[in-house]
Design a protein around this ligand. Structure first.
Ligand SMILES: C[S@@+](CC[C@H](N)C(=O)[O-])C[C@H]1O[C@@H](n2cnc3c(N)ncnc32)[C@H](O)[C@@H]1O
Length: 321
């Protein structure tokens, strides 16, 4: 049963007032469990019109003296004041939290670059890289259109788009050149038709041969048919990929071409780092975007097993040694 122990001025013992669930002497400042003035909604109060006091509606106060009533009234005022103070504090805390959240959001929004700013940053990074001498150079030989039909040329254009996209997104991009690229040729036209903004790629595009723009002794032509194995990427070297979509084995196109041009050749170290699983095509001839992704990953991780496993499609059936 709810009620209130109230000390009368003449008695040492407290009195019980129905309708209260507070002991005036223990809860006027702090309740016994340390909670500040616990307020119970069920102890209904109203302004006592006659005395301007606030006492519970269901409290029987007929037996109380004026002094006890005043004390009771003070108790109710304190209780009400504490409730209001608690509400104020809660509201203040809520507002502080909201302001802090807004500040964090404003700061975050101002730190985060817009899409446009991000694009500008990437392009500026690629432009700076294209002028750098301390990054390995990858050159795609775009002069092999006569070895492909128009479907293959279109597929090559798609692979070129992926190469450029990978380089843009790479943590450590590579210097990129498209050599033997005639603006009137089938490959240029296919790239322009299929790849948005191709003419503005941050890439060194030239109709000159890689033999003319790079020192031949620095060039290594990558070909799946080479006897030499590529083990590292050197900053002062140029690695040429044949711009070919032609996966039929043993054609030796790029090997013969490189040998004719007197260039060093190398294949990827697939046999050295991977072995064949139970099933797969086990085809070691990769597309130029796959080769490029492997080179990017190796340049970043310096780990051939990681780079090869990440870049070679699962269906080829290679697993780590
Ligand atoms: C689809 S392959 C073309 C294969 C073609 N039969 C040839 O003679 O080069 C496209 C290019 O990717 C590179 N490539 C593909 N697989 C390679 C490998 N395992 N090692 C080195 N380069 C590779 C070569 O530069 C190659 O010219």
């Amino acid at each position: 049963m709810n009620g209130l122990h109230l000390k009368s001025e003449t008695e040492e013992s407290s009195r019980w007032i129905p309708g209260y669930d507070f002991d005036l002497w223990t809860s006027s400042e702090e309740s016994s469990d340390g909670e500040e003035g616990t307020y119970h909604e069920n102890s209904q109060t109203e302004e006592n019109a006659g005395h301007g006091r606030t006492i519970p509606r269901d409290a029987d106060t007929s037996h109380l003296s004026d002094k006890a009533l005043k004390r009771l009234d003070r108790f109710e005022k304190i209780k009400r004041w504490k409730k209001e103070r608690r509400k104020d504090r809660q509201e203040m805390r809520r507002q502080e939290k909201a302001v802090k959240k807004d500040l964090v959001e404003i700061q975050f929004a101002s730190d985060k670059p817009t899409k446009r700013e991000l694009k500008c940053q990437i392009l500026a990074k690629l432009e700076a890289l294209q002028k750098s001498d301390s990054v390995p150079k990858i050159c795609i030989d775009m002069g092999l259109a006569n070895l492909m039909n128009s479907k293959e040329v279109d597929r090559l254009a798609g692979q070129i788009r992926r190469v450029y996209g990978s380089n843009r997104q790479a943590a450590r991009p590579l210097h990129l050149t498209f050599s033997n690229l005639e603006t009137t040729g089938a490959i240029y036209k296919a790239c322009q038709n299929k790849n948005d903004g191709f003419a503005h790629y941050r890439v060194n595009m030239t109709n000159s041969s890689h033999l003319e723009i790079f020192p031949p002794e620095k060039i290594i032509y990558l070909t799946p048919d080479s006897d030499s194995v590529l083990m590292s990427l050197e900053d002062d070297r140029v690695y040429v990929l044949g711009g070919l979509v032609d996966e039929s084995p043993n054609k030796n196109h790029t090997l013969r071409l490189a040998e004719h041009q007197g260039l060093a050749t190398a294949r990827l170290p697939i046999d050295e780092y991977l072995q064949q699983a139970n099933t797969g095509s086990f085809n070691k001839i990769l597309s130029i975007n796959q080769i490029f992704d492997i080179l990017l990953t190796f340049y970043e991780t310096k780990d051939w097993a990681v780079a090869l496993l990440a870049g070679i499609p699962k269906r080829k059936g290679f697993i780590a040694r």
